[in-house]
Design a protein around this ligand. Sequence first.
Ligand code: KG4
Ligand code: ZN
Length: 398
Amino acid sequence: MVNDTSYSGSGLVLGIESSCDETAAAVVERGIRQLSNVVASQIAIHSPYGGVVPELASREHLRAIVPVVDAAVREAGITLSGLDAIAVTEGPGLAGALLVGIGYAKALAYALGKPLIAVNHLEGHIHAVLMESAQQFGNPSLPATGPLLALVVSGGHTHLYLAQQRDGMWHYRNVGHTVDDAAGEAFDKVAKLLGLGYPGGPWIDQLAPHGNPLAVPFTFAQIKPKAHRPGQHTHQPRFLFSFSGIKTAVLRYVETHDMASSIATRRQQLTPQNLIPDMKPSDALAFCDQQTLDLLASFQRAVVDDLKRKTFAAAEHYGAHGLLISGGVAANRELRARFTETAAKRGLPIAFPALSLATDNAAMIAAAAWSRLASRDFAPASLSARASLALGAEPALP
Ligand code: KG4
Ligand code: ZN
């Protein structure tokens, strides 16, 4: 059993995150108090390709890791010797990118004689919200008891977890996932298809309120969980998402509604060379006709509705005492508004991360490491990248 109140060290953890296209480092005290949170984004590097190029990501992590860690320690107002542990993302993510963070964290831990803690990136996203909820001492936004339902919705994941704290440790059970694209991937691909910038989520988020969300009726097929396997006795539903169909439906709409030339013009206007300096997604309104805005609004409404329907159905099925929504897509304003509205109607506490903690960062990695530090659950010196690392036990298939 973990007794984190009796932990006698400083509780200062340096988190390092390099699983995708952000090199990040942060110092967090006892899983709650953020002393620094530094993120070097590679968006400008990958933007011309409309997606993350793994080789470029590894190279940029190599360039950024030393200055980013230095900045995180400096901004925290501490020295490396004041740390109690180094935590690093073990997976899932791009193997080459993960290895940069892991290699650096291992070297630092060894040189300082401090323990190394391995963190699952998905658990990190969940802790981005738990950390903030816990910061509201005396009045946390999420209940401490009972299972919480966590939706982790990002460029690489659309997963539902039941999260429960027992004996000071968090336990997770995977109760839903996407069978193909992640929701953020759908935002990125639709934005690219319509000639908008990368990553697509923030662009669509800014433009969608200017369109009619009911203009294009998109539907989602109901996905049945795989048949019950012999030898499995429990019948539990899985909540399955699929976002590749809506991407194809948007493509078909574009082809049948004569949108090619307006897309080509916009793509030309918004190429990195032609971009207005410091252009923000909200500035793209001038480059979009009403048909495009209606399509974006309808796409976003359909994705948010599907996420909402299945998340609330899962919460009800598993008797969740609260909801937490995390990952890059949790930054979406329509998603936040509609989830908040439904949660209020059902009397369910709900929490989202601050925008700076929704997308990839290292504060969430340092926060997730706290219970492992308190229970002395350290990583071996042989720690390596696990590109497909899963979180939580899968429930038995129905
Ligand atoms: O969590 P994250 O930074 O990285 C992954 O672990 O994938 O999430 C990035 C994803 C991208 O697909 C991006 O388009 C999406 O989050 N995203 C958004 C918004 N901000 C970022 N999607 C919708 N609305 C947003 N405001
Ligand atoms: Zn992420």
